[in-house]
Design a protein around this ligand. Sequence first.
Ligand code: PRX
Length: 650
Amino acid sequence: MAPENSKGQYPPSDEYRETAFIKSAEEFNTLYEESIRDPAAYWAEQAENLDWYSKDWKEVFTWDKKENRFTWFKGGKLNASYNCLDRHVKNGKKNVAAIIFQGENDDHVRVYTYGRLLYEVERFANVLKSMGVKKGDRVSVYLPMIPELTITMLACARIGAVHSVVFAAFGAESLYNRVVDCTPKVIVTSDGNYHAGKTINMKAKVDEILEKGTTIEHVVVVRRTGIETDMKEGRDVWWHEEVAAVPLNCDPVPMDAEDPLFILYTSGTTGKPKGLLHTTGGYLLGAYTSFRNVFNYRPGQIFWCTADIGWITGHTSTVYGPLALGATALMFEGVPTYPGRDRYWQVAEKWGVDIFYTAPTAIRTIRQSGDEWVKKHDLSSLKMLASAGEPIDPDVWRWYHRVIGGGRCPISDTWWQTETGGPMIAPMTGAFDLKPGSAMKPLLGIQAAIYDEEKNICAPGESGNLYIESPPPSFARTIWNDHKKFVETYWTAFPGHYLTGDNARMDEDGDYWLLGRIDDVISVAGHRLGAAEIEAALISHPAVAEAAAVPMFDDIKGEAIYAYVTVKDGFNGTEELKRQLVDHVRTTVGPIATPKVIHFAPGLPKTRSGKIMRRILRKVAEGCRKEEIGDTTTLTDPGIVDTLIATRML
Ligand code: PRX
């Protein structure tokens, strides 16, 4: 890549441009105009890239704006596992690596060719069938980053079951909430997992939730760590024993394009996590198309997305995107800083990674360790870098470009959400002069817009609410069990336009700059957490009367959790109680939700209708002075604001 130009932008090098899917801004503009003139025609053309049993859809796209229901390719039939496996095996990729698994321990390595992966998926699909799992049934998946996770997802897809993956580091309460909502028959888990040198017992958490009562009839346990594991006769079985006992072949089930593929829970503004439902045809097409367009993937390259598959980034960028395209994806179990702070670079060098995709929080952590950790390694195999999950600060972008990318690799800052299924806004790295910190333009077939509160389009430079104008194929269709909430959350603010919940502005060139959430979602190290979920955990402690969690700035994690807590009569806000509360949140929600600050407050600012004024709590947490806090006259007790400022914990 050519160095920074006089405008502070980074044009692609001629060499990179040559390999890119779109090679110039003019080419992009022409394709983009065409794609949004008739999105249905654009997506129907893209759909040719998937393998269909039948393309008998009456209409490519339907959208009932009153009910907020939309469909893509309804009536068309395909199978996601067939598209991710069989068709590549048939097209000469049987012996090409699909997954390179690098465990936390450096010698835990497994490479799955497309042929081998298909074999494993067929066997596990037969295990699920033997447990009575049928088309439409849900299967919960609570596994660390090991190949059995991908195998389980594709095995579900093969027989039409709906997988619902729960992030392995979630605590028992978070796991429970995500499992009971989708009423699965089976949960697939492991005895334990490795995390930064420690062995963590996962099965015990599953046992804990099962004791509370769920619909789960069978527990399949992968032996990953070999730790002592309680197995309940008649309910719990070992993965390796089950796969050895079933037939080898399992034909894929033709699914309607609109049949569900998976449910993935994400945090929202209320306590209950939302189960976003993604469908087979639209999601897979979105994953395929965005993967091809954004990453300029070339056969033989090794693609590494560091996100855990428990989040949408991992679903789309480690499983469905790369495999739909027949790519080779690295799957990494560990963390960036163990056993050394150069772990990512050691892995990238070891496997000759071509494309590296991570979150700004990881880049900030690594940058803080110092350049020497990176310089120890030969990263000349890298061709392209990417980032997702939170805004990337221009300074961090430049460091990523210079130190990791050797000044030669373009960076794609990809903006998207669990709801959108795949990237929506991202630069075409072979075509644009990149702007550090900007996700730049909507992808082909995607229309975005920024509106102010009065629903006027914001002028360049003005910030407002980011909307997606009409739902592309990869969008979630509903919230599992709660279409009303789906409508209220996304489609009510501005009927006919999808509210993203993000703040953004556009610059004079029409490039997008993402500015963070407008709701009560806290993004800790790029992980989306609902304030309400953290508050519910705090309130479940016997000493807590009320709690409110808000984001505070953190130079590594982007945002950290600042929790206000009022204690019940008879309890004192001691250091010991603080420790107890932190531990309590860690075990119920998970270590990612560890509050950075616990502020014992005599009361919380509330309106007369009893609503907690989070705006004020955010400002106090940010360190604002009284005059910067704005109107407090609607509060029942305006004096509480002075008390909070005086007792602020920083
Ligand atoms: O606030 C935005 C932020 O992450 C949120 C979505 O999180 P999640 O559902 O976990 O999906 C992550 C998919 C990458 C968004 O509402 N976000 C995501 N990407 C970016 C981002 N913020 C700024 N820049 C990005 N590139």
